[in-house]
Write a protein that binds this ligand. Structure first.
Ligand SMILES: *Cc1c(COP(=O)(O)O)cnc(C)c1O
Length: 354
């Protein structure tokens, strides 16, 4: 399939790196492609970034058939553009597609389309350490139809956003709030897919957490309400004595690519690491005995996010001394060094866009 390119007639300039924020500045172009039963995925195009028209009856608005991905392109010191494990994002997108009855993509084709789009938008990739070009591939159900079934037509698109460092003031530990009344996902449901509805379902708890002054929600399993699952848009790690713990993937947890990367590095470095069921009580007890050394989240947006406080009902624990822990920093530094090309990519995670 040939990608038709229509150039935007604009000469917008990228804001200063320090003014970018996150997910607010969109670039001049986007990639779009449609799906129908008879043609499959067809009509791939790079077009000026603009609103597009879909019916108010489009099924995505009513029944939530929507999936997305989040990854980044980085500018290195020698001015090359790099992607980090991008193939894994599209493999996950296809798993999400299957889970939500959406037709799968040809991964090589969409990867090439994405690279072509990024090259056109090179001037939008910021250069300061911590900044990047955030990439948001999305698929929505477009049949204009009221009635519940899988849509017959879809739109796939990729938009790009110049983003600043996720934590503008550096890696300050965040406070997280354990949800007792609400759950994010249940085994057998869609928690392991990156589908829009998971976020819609999470909002009420996040709003309550925010009201109490907490940045993110820590989710427990939906059935026994005692096993730790993940945080907002991040997976979670605990350093107890000298062992790193993270919940094993049970079907209701999003399999984060940053999570896999942390686990791989930890093993490589000879650290003790276990993927297993972890109860919230176990973590609070470890804290009471002085054994809980660090807590941190992992996700593409923030890379590593140290946690400085956890609230569970009336109980509040503080972790660390208000600065990021050594282990969290070790992962953060290694991952960002690989992403920004400041160290050898010993894991083969990087792809350079030429
Ligand atoms: C995307 C996401 C993550 C993190 O995944 P990464 O691939 O590491 O960015 C974690 N949890 C949820 C719910 C997510 O949507």
């Amino acid at each position: 399939m040939e990608i038709k390119v229509t150039r935007a007639q604009t000469d917008r300039t990228r804001p200063q790196d320090s003014d970018l924020g996150f997910g607010q500045v969109f670039t001049d172009h986007m990639f779009v492609m449609d799906y129908s039963e008879d043609k499959g995925w067809h009509d791939p195009q790079i077009v000026p970034y603009a609103d597009f028209s879909v019916s108010p009856a489009a099924m995505v608005f009513h029944y939530g058939q929507a999936i997305f991905e989040g990854l980044k392109a980085y500018k290195t010191v020698d001015n090359t553009i790099q992607l980090f494990r991008a193939g894994d994002n599209f493999a996950r997108m296809n798993r999400s597609a299957k889970g939500m009855c959406i037709p799968e993509l040809d991964i090589n084709f969409v990867m090439d389309a994405m690279k072509q789009l990024i090259k056109i938008e090179e001037k939008w990739i910021p250069e300061t350490l911590g900044t990047s070009l955030y990439i948001r591939p999305t698929i929505i159900a477009t049949d204009p139809f009221i009635g519940v079934r899988a849509s017959f037509t879809y739109k796939f698109y990729i938009i790009l956003s110049s983003v600043g460092a996720y934590y503008a003031e550096g890696l300050n530990p965040v406070k997280i709030w354990v949800s007792k009344d609400h759950v994010r996902a249940v085994k057998g449901g869609v928690g392991e897919f990156k589908t829009a509805g998971n976020y819609a379902a999470s909002l009420i708890a996040s709003e309550k957490a925010k009201k109490d002054g907490y940045a993110q929600v820590l989710w427990l399993d939906a059935i026994e309400r005692k096993y730790i699952e993940e945080v907002g848009a991040m997976n979670i790690f605990f350093l107890v004595d000298d062992e790193i713990l993270t919940p094993n993937l049970t079907g209701s947890i999003l399999p984060g690519i940053t999570r896999y990367s942390v686990i791989t590095l930890a093993k490589k470095w000879g650290m003790k690491i276990s993927e297993r069921k972890i109860t919230i009580d176990e973590i609070f007890k470890a804290h009471d005995k002085g054994r809980l050394k660090e807590v941190f989240g992992s996700g593409t947006a923030a890379v590593i996010s140290p946690v400085g406080e956890i609230r569970y009902g009336d109980k509040v624990i503080s972790i660390g001394d208000g600065t990021p822990g050594k282990t969290a920093m070790k992962f953060y530094n290694k991952l960002t060094d690989i992403q920004y090309g400041n160290t050898k990519d010993s894991e083969n995670w990087i792809e350079v866009i030429n």
